[in-house]
Design a binder for this molecule. Structure first.
Ligand SMILES: [Ca+2]
Length: 359
């Protein structure tokens, strides 16, 4: 056996030993919401545990595992779980949360009747292209100890819907414009966060984007794969099922995008199987050509199966579509059918995702 081969075997052996010895911990950035007052009738009444070795991670893991949106630490060793009620007695200055965690003296776990509150989940939107005219222009901070949680906390505190990390130490805040230069594969966001080498904070002109709320306000993403779809016409192999194949690949030759002919009225439709309260529709534009074609396309939601041009409109017609744009249209409409229509232009959709709630 030659030396190189021995090296490979030793390396693989070491690697599998590391895997075997390490309990994988789920990725949970700490997203701090603030220090809040508590009272005997608890602000976070859903679940409780305590431990002489309490840490922030331990409490987040506990509450997340029980399906709660927020974890609250108090008096060093107590962990409370709950939903939106954590702020019912008001936020107090962070300095009021001043008791070290029983299990980690570097961390703060609340105070006397004071709770340090953390979100238990983050919603990752994807890795997106940036340019000198920024995709997330609303606010910016830079830090040599940047983490995902720090950026989310900052942007949320300044009233922005999304937090974007770039180049390991930069944090941008913004609202719906983050995808204006298109989504790129997650592997392009490959720079470790300066403040936590376990986390990834964007790349060179690439932004890792997170929603600043722990859970999406727009309900859950509905499973559309396998549902019935239809289209006004098709050409170039662009069959309607491609918009719900779960593949966001955006180059036309990757066979993930639909394509109609160019007629006066062109449309695509998915049948959700039953009526939902639809909150958001997300559309992925193509990357290889013809980015402007999608401008003017209208999203509709309703119960009329033939309402591709008449069901209620969800958000504004699309404008400013770019290569690989990911376009959100938010609304609050009930319906079984979600459609996209476009006049006098080829309609191509690389993916359509629908968020909603049961009625
Ligand atoms: Ca697709």
């Amino acid at each position: 056996m030659d030396c190189k081969l021995i090296f490979v075997f030793v390396f693989l052996g070491t690697f599998s030993a590391i895997l075997a010895d390490t309990t994988p911990t789920p990725f949970k950035p700490k997203v701090y919401k603030g220090c809040f007052q508590d009272k005997p009738e608890r602000a976070m009444p859903s679940d409780y545990t305590e431990s002489g070795s309490m840490t922030i991670d331990q409490c987040i893991t506990h509450c997340h595992g029980r399906g709660h949106m927020y974890a609250g630490l108090q008096y060093g060793k107590e962990c409370f779980c709950g939903g939106n009620t954590y702020s019912k007695y008001g936020r107090v200055p962070d300095t009021n949360c001043n008791v070290k965690c029983a299990g980690n003296s570097q961390e703060i776990c609340g105070g006397t009747w004071k709770i340090s509150v953390y979100a238990t989940e983050v919603v990752y939107e994807g890795c997106f292209q940036d340019k000198p005219k920024r995709a997330m222009p609303s606010d910016y901070i830079k830090s040599g100890s940047m983490t995902i949680g720090q950026c989310i906390t900052h942007c949320h505190g300044h009233g922005h819907m999304y937090a974007g990390l770039q180049y390991g130490m930069e944090c941008f805040c913004g609202d719906n414009t983050y995808s204006k230069y298109g989504r790129v594969p997650d592997t392009h966001c490959n720079v470790k966060c300066r403040g936590n080498l376990q986390e990834t904070c964007g790349g060179t002109w690439k932004i890792s984007v997170y929603a600043t709320e722990g859970t999406p306000s727009s309900g859950l993403k509905l499973v559309t794969k396998g549902l019935k779809v239809a289209q006004s016409s098709f050409g170039w192999g662009g069959i309607p099922v491609r918009a719900i194949d779960g593949n966001i690949a955006a180059n036309y030759n990757q066979q993930s995008c639909t394509h109609t002919l160019r007629q006066p009225d062109n449309w695509w439709r998915v049948d959700l199987g039953k009526s939902y309260k639809v909150n958001k529709v997300k559309i992925y534009n193509r990357a290889d050509c013809c980015k402007d074609r999608l401008n003017g396309a209208t999203v509709r939601v309703g119960d009329n199966a033939k309402g591709m041009l008449t069901n209620a409109v969800c958000g504004d017609p699309i404008k400013d579509a770019g290569f690989s744009s990911v376009i959100d249209r938010e609304c609050e409409l009930n319906g079984q059918y979600v459609s996209v229509s476009l006049k006098n232009e080829y309609l191509t959709l690389c993916e359509v995702e629908v968020w909603g709630e049961d009625l």
